[in-house]
Design a binder for this molecule. Structure first.
Ligand SMILES: [Zn+2]
Length: 453
């Protein structure tokens, strides 16, 4: 395949359009898609028959940890990994940067250090903590797409969690401006106290039982119902909680939920002793639970599959020498999300077209990013050449994020990202370092000023 660095047309016999694969040519000018036309083999780039042309993926749950914790990750490495994984838009979490993004000043400090580093587009979540309740609208006005809170300790001191009254207060405040609250839903009363748990995964799993999620999710639903605000549950791991979500949605509660590649592809039964690379919160649960999650993917209960890319240093992962209670919790998955999920989907006989919406338009809707994640006129020319029948070996030297820790390390996954275009520019091609850093910030338009009463 000839890869023009800035093509004015890309043609593929299998282009993902309106939920299905069709032959098409995408016309591009100044980084924007101008038209989608019938397949034309004279296009600047003609995708080989064995590959597909996808819209760039949207990952609405990514921790890049800059400024402040750049030993864990950073904008340059994290967005390079995104591009290599076919992700062209990330929404960055308010932690674990220092300062955490809980004030307009902290957002400004974060935005300042992105300059020249972004391989893909970025939007920002703000944070809702006990100290900034009453000021969440200011964070939205400053350019965040919504705010995140925890219902249990976040793992870092500077980002406190909300109790029930504070959760209601946050949602009531956001309801006024139609802002979105995204929630890490684990209930602290159902979590084991922090401390050593040993190197067997089962002890860690028992320390964060399904009830910890179910109770917290029920609390969020109740508060969203009472306030009329929009709420989103991040990284649902407990499949048995999904009936609560189904019922709430049926009742008209403004709720959306996401799950992650690790919950859909890894199981508690197969986590090796001491494998801290598999530790995250809530935990990867058992195989029977995973069936419930896949049912939620297929029936539309789950709105998005996003990475929760949450890296740390090897030292933090090795704290306690494989003790699941002491190691840092978090899985770095922004580069491997698509191929991990595709590997498992294909094994289950589920078509690529069934999972793509949850990795493109689904997360875009969650984060309020309009029609991102589609190949359509007036959208940025974020395009991915993806070979679904190829394979990708996960090796440290091909992972582009800073600390090459992964539960998929040394595994061979199905599918390969051959090339990623960002704003029409070739940004990643397999086997090469990142070629361009033309990613841009996405700042929501400020809400119209309220008329004085
Ligand atoms: Zn997270």
């Amino acid at each position: 395949m000839h890869l023009d660095p800035r093509p004015s047309s890309v043609a593929a016999r299998r282009t993902f359009l309106d939920g299905a694969f069709r032959p098409a040519t995408v016309r591009i000018q100044d980084g924007l898609i101008t038209a989608v036309e019938p397949f034309d083999e004279r296009a600047d780039v003609v995708v080989p028959a064995e590959a597909t042309l996808l819209p760039g993926l949207v990952d609405s749950h990514v921790h890049l940890n800059e400024p402040g914790r750049t030993a864990w990750e950073g904008f340059a490495t994290g967005t390079a990994a995104a591009a290599a994984g076919g992700v062209t838009t990330v929404v960055e979490m308010p932690l674990n940067s220092l300062p955490v993004t809980t004030t307009p000043q902290a957002l400004a400090a974060k935005r300042k250090v992105t300059a020249g580093k972004l391989a893909v587009d970025i939007a920002y979540w703000g944070g809702a903590v006990p100290e900034n309740l009453g000021h969440l609208a200011e964070l939205l006005a400053a350019g965040t797409v919504g705010v995140k809170c925890f219902l249990a300790p976040s793992g870092i001191e500077e980002f406190g969690h909300l109790d029930d009254a504070q959760l209601h207060a946050a949602l009531a405040e956001l309801a006024v401006v139609d802002g979105l609250l995204i929630v890490h839903a684990e209930d602290p009363a159902h979590l084991a106290p922090p401390g050593p748990l040993g190197t067997h995964y089962a002890a860690f799993l028992d320390s964060r039982p399904p009830a910890s999620e179910a109770v917290a999710i029920a609390r969020v639903i109740e508060a969203a119902r009472a306030t009329g605000a929009r709420a989103h549950i991040v990284h649902v791991s407990d499949g048995a909680s999904l009936p609560l979500v189904r019922q709430a949605k049926a009742d008209g509660v403004r709720l959306s939920v996401e799950t992650c590649p690790h919950y859909l592809t890894l199981t508690a039964e197969t986590v090796p002793d001491g494998a801290a690379s598999h530790k995250c919160c809530p935990p990867i649960r058992g195989a029977a639970n995973q069936e419930l999650l896949w049912a939620g993917v297929l029936d539309g209960t789950i709105d998005a599959i996003v990475s929760d890319h949450s890296p740390s240093t090897p030292e933090l992962k090795e704290t306690g020498d494989g003790d699941f209670g002491l190691a840092w919790g978090g899985i770095a998955g922004v580069q491997t999300g698509l191929i991990a999920v595709w590997t498992e989907a294909r094994r289950r006989g589920i078509g690529l077209e069934r999972i793509l919406p949850l990795m493109t338009t689904g997360p875009a809707r969650v984060a309020g990013l309009g029609s991102r994640g589609t190949i359509a006129p007036q959208e940025p020319a974020h395009l991915v050449v993806f070979a679904p029948d190829s394979h990708t070996q996960i090796r440290p030297e091909t992972l582009q994020y800073r600390n090459t820790i992964s539960p998929w390390l040394h595994r061979t996954l199905t599918g390969a990202v051959a090339a990623t275009y960002v704003h029409g520019d070739l940004t990643f091609t397999a086997g090469h370092a990142i070629l361009r850093r033309g990613g841009r910030e996405i700042l929501p338009a400020p809400a119209p000023a309220k008329e004085p009463a």
